[in-house]
Design a protein around this ligand. Structure first.
Ligand code: ADP
Ligand code: MG
Length: 401
């Protein structure tokens, strides 16, 4: 397939794709769109930044055009990702489209969402908590929702949305089409896929345990005491924008404040901020108002901000898969990207888990200068997987978004 024309898409979709300068479908789009247009369920995985959104959005839009009395529901783990997906689909629908949509996410005015829902939108995009809230309030019925998309499914489960997903699914028609996507397929996802998908077409493009090749990964060994100084040195090595990932909300605020005092244009994002502040931070960062975004894993999944040149792991993530997602915020749509990992001797265990995820066949060798200490004495096999969580978490560590 050379371009989108051979797919039999509605002329309005083709016009929007042209306006967006989408000329050639990416591999996940090439393989997902035809079976999805036939009405089949799809379980798809493809690396970060390879166009999974349009892979499901194009079939969703086709469905909505062909079935004007039906609606589609797209669920994502975070509010920011839901907003981004909603924007992307509105763009693909084009300004003239009669199809109404609603963004249903937590932290935003219920009144505004009630008014949107009264207009009977055909397309609903949101986070599981708020969607279920509307169902309970009877402000939303899903009896005409014949199309369901779960984006970043493993993360939704990992965030504890499994029960809400089940409750939402109970309100959906039995006969429906379901598509499920992620860049990584953490343990447990295929089990969940069995509950939601019927005879799915399985599409797996590239590795689910490796970032795209275009992301250059570097490690810098340091100590807790020197970490900030090393960070400053690394920030000198490039000019573009970057996301610095830290472990906790408190840590995010603290690091952003410190960088701000050192005259960097920086903002922090984490789950402890009010939604309007979160929206503003992402909006400003997208528009390059500040160079640095200090973030918790809240920003690890799905966010597509093409100008991010570098991802810095100031703290390593709480589960190995999150590493792939975090560094996948750079190197999007075929661009070059850079990831810098600041490692202390305390990180040896976590770093080894990440290396094993990416290169299970290779014998792990600690980076130079990173010997001893930490949790290195604990064998990887002895990890306990917390109940309900699907992501492999490092034993004994909690997540704080
Ligand atoms: P993923 O969900 O796989 O991480 P996204 O769907 O967010 O990736 O897409 C990553 C970037 O690639 C976005 O900026 C999107 O606009 C762009 N993109 C997607 N498909 C195409 C295409 N066929 N041609 C050009 N750019 C594309
Ligand atoms: Mg995505």
């Amino acid at each position: 397939m050379e371009n989108f024309n051979s797919l039999g898409l509605h002329p309005s979709i083709l016009a929007s794709l042209e306006a967006m300068n989408f000329q050639v479908p990416t591999p996940i789009q090439q393989q997902t769109i035809p079976p999805a247009l036939q009405g089949l369920d799809v379980l798809g995985s493809a690396q970060t930044g390879t166009g999974k959104t349009a892979a499901y959005a194009i079939p969703v839009i086709s469905y909505l055009i062909n079935s004007p009395k039906s609606s589609a529901l797209i669920l994502t783990p975070t509010r920011e990702l839901a907003a981004q997906v909603h924007d992307a689909i509105r763009q693909m629908l084009g300004a003239q489209s009669p199809i109404k949509s609603a963004l249903l996410i937590g932290g935003e005015s219920l009144g505004f969402q009630f008014r949107q829902l009264k207009q009977r939108p055909q397309l609903l995009v949101g986070t599981p908590g708020r969607i279920f809230d509307h169902i309970q309030r009877r402000t939303l019925t899903l009896s005409n929702t014949g199309f369901l998309v779960l984006d970043e499914t493993d993360r939704m489960l990992d965030m504890g949305f499994a029960i809400q997903l089940e409750q939402i699914a109970e309100h959906l028609p039995e006969i429906r089409q379901t598509l499920m996507f992620s860049a990584t397929m953490a343990p447990g996802v295929s089990k969940v896929a069995e509950n939601y998908l019927k005879d799915p077409v399985r599409i797996s493009i590239g590795s689910t345990t490796n970032p795209v090749d275009k992301i250059k990964q570097e490690t810098v060994h340091t100590s807790e005491a020197d970490k900030y100084t090393v960070l400053l040195q690394q920030l000198e090595t490039f000019k573009g924008s970057c996301v610095i990932f830290v472990k906790t909300k408190f840590g995010a605020d603290k690091l952003a404040t410190r960088l701000h005092k050192d005259n960097f244009a920086v903002e922090a994002i984490h789950g402890g901020l009010r939604q309007n502040k979160r929206d503003r931070v992402i909006y400003d960062f997208r528009n390059m108002k500040h160079r640095i975004l200090v973030a918790t894993d809240l920003a690890a999944r799905g966010l597509d901000i093409p100008h991010i040149e570098c991802v810095i792991n100031f703290d390593l993530p709480q589960c190995p898969e999150d590493y792939i997602h975090r560094i996948g915020r750079t190197g999007r749509a075929g661009a070059e990207g850079r990831a810098i990992n600041l490692l202390t001797s305390q990180d040896q265990f976590k770093w080894r888990c990440i290396c094993r995820l990416m290169k299970p066949e290779e014998k792990y060798q600690a980076p130079r200068g990173m010997m001893g200490g930490g949790r290195s004495s604990q064998p990887y096999q002895h990890q306990r997987r917390p109940q309900q969580a699907t992501g492999r978490r490092f034993m004994g560590f909690g997540r704080s978004n």
